[in-house]
Design a protein around this ligand. Sequence first.
Ligand code: F6P
Length: 327
Amino acid sequence: MTIRRVAVMTSGGDAPGMNAAIRGVVRAGLYNGWEMFGIREGFAGLMAGDYRPLGARDVGGIIQLGGTMLGSARAPEFKTPEGQAQAVARLSQAGIDAVAVIGGNGSQTGAHALSQHGIPVVGIASTIDNDLTGSDITIGVDTALNIALEAIDRLKTTASSHRRAFLVEVMGRDCGYLALMAGIAGGAEAICIPEFPVTNEEIAQVLQDAYKRGKTHGMVVVAEGATNDANELAQYLHQQSNNNGAGFEVRATTLGHVQRGGIPTAYDRLLGSRLAAHAMDCLAKGQYNVLAGQLGGKMAATPLAEVAGRTKPIPTELFELAEVLAR
Ligand code: F6P
């Protein structure tokens, strides 16, 4: 089929670097001679027909901004046959031939559903969780990780002054990637992630041993989706430390959405730009219904059918490495 008009949207949780990807899609699409459109607020805007033309100047000055100039949303209505039929009708009314979906797991599952209606779709791998099949790394991960690390580094200095242990809860709904990497790079004593559950008793023991070895601070990174609740764990550790009469005082900090905001790193700007251009190349070559991702350092296109509804496991050896390094 001949492509003339392409629309781009961002969906699900925003990620630093999404704006770089929007800019990349629009400019690479214009380079290919297509008319480019932006869809407001993800699948909600797709169903509502909330589209506007985007020229090269409309995406100027955004590469350094976090968030997404198009807005983002989670739209459960798109999971229904009625929602999907409405989106297809709106696209046809607007004469849009193909859609680029910038987002993570839920968004790429939606992209796959849209492609099943005969619309050429290309996904662009973007989520701070880094749990998307088809890309070793996704847009936003590097920035989120660096923000978590800055917080950990800061907390360590105040922790050392008071001989305290800090629990830091980082994002990652069902995936421990961010917590694991932040734990390794931040020199944590213990890491709690959903993939490798540890008990509160085990964490208490690790901290007690670290205290006895003369460490001036303890750092425990807890993933949002871990079986341990960070505040409950903090209370438990506090009690344990009181019972033993020796041990770190404990404090808990939740980083939350701080990790999703702010200036994207150079890495995320480059990844967003490269994946966007690669996605437009795929469309130009007639390679539809794929996820533009990075595998083994190279641009890759994985069928959306293989991406939808799946999650990428985290490497076991990295969890083992974290344990070895926490001496
Ligand atoms: O998927 C990205 C993510 O930031 C998860 O890490 C987190 O669990 C979730 O989004 C939070 O979603 P919301 O922004 O809707 O609260």
